[in-house]
Design a protein around this ligand. Sequence first.
Ligand code: FE
Length: 353
Amino acid sequence: MTVSLDLGRRVLGGAMMATLLTLLWLQSPAVRAQQKERAVNLYSSRHYSSDQELYDSFTRQTGIKVNQIQAGDEALLERLKSEGKASPADVILLADAARLWKAQNEGLLQPANSALLRTAIPQEFQADQLWFGLTTRARLIVFDSAKLKAEQVQRYEDLANPVLKGKVCTRSGTHPYMLSLLASIIAHQGEQKAEAWAKGVVANLARTPRGGDTDQIKGVISGECTVALTNSYYLVRLLKSPKAEERESAARLGVVWPNQMNSGTHINISGGGIARYAPHPEEARRFLEFLASPAAQAQLANSNNEWPVVRNVPISNPELTRLGQFKAEKLSVSDFGKHQPAAARIIDRAGWR
Ligand code: FE
């Protein structure tokens, strides 16, 4: 080292030597890392405006900018596939376990290698360091308590009972929330019973499936439907609506945690992982770790009415807390992905469009 520097002093003038040293310093890995734009590119199918506040607090804490592209789960997966190695995506957030499983199966994710995520997130809500659940939601039965007794709709199975002919509303069976519910029924009861159930529900429909979960709840409120399926946070959102008449009519609905006496209520997750070709994998890992932090977990629960996936995070959301405790199904959410192809075939045969 000394020799080459002495040689350098002799051969090069002082100014040139300084330039050379600067260039060498600029090429050191530590400096290159600092110079790279501190950003994380997020592909997200979460469609909740309150998420932006969360991303802003990540930027304030870390100096890492969040660039977000929002689209549906399926559109994001297609985009990632077509972009291939040139994809700018660092983090992928999806709102359904089966879609995360699909991203994993199609090789669109890389391991996060995060001890923090591995230990903070319960085992049943993560898969091989490739993706991690961040929030949970339950699929509830809501009904018109003037027309039905709660005892008549205690289980998902009850929705296929012919006594409910012309009374049931759901969104399309092809939506991920319905496919994952059916996948869970396949996991608990097998394909044959799941298919009989799907056909029974279709025979009971009050109308051709249309709209999202909120439209099903509103169908019960308007009287077009007597009983419907919805994710828990859509109900809580109506219970907290700025419109008094929405709050009041939501509060009058009958609500059932399905299947408390057998398999437990179906729960799904929203979650994420690091994109296979992430240009900023380190920032991506920090972003996911941030979302699993107690503060971010509480914020997700308080603002979007989901449950934290991390245990024992205190939340402050009276309308959500008032829904009470329930027995959730005991399945690894990876199972929804495994049974997804069978669920899609059943939906197709049942004509649950
Ligand atoms: Fe949703």
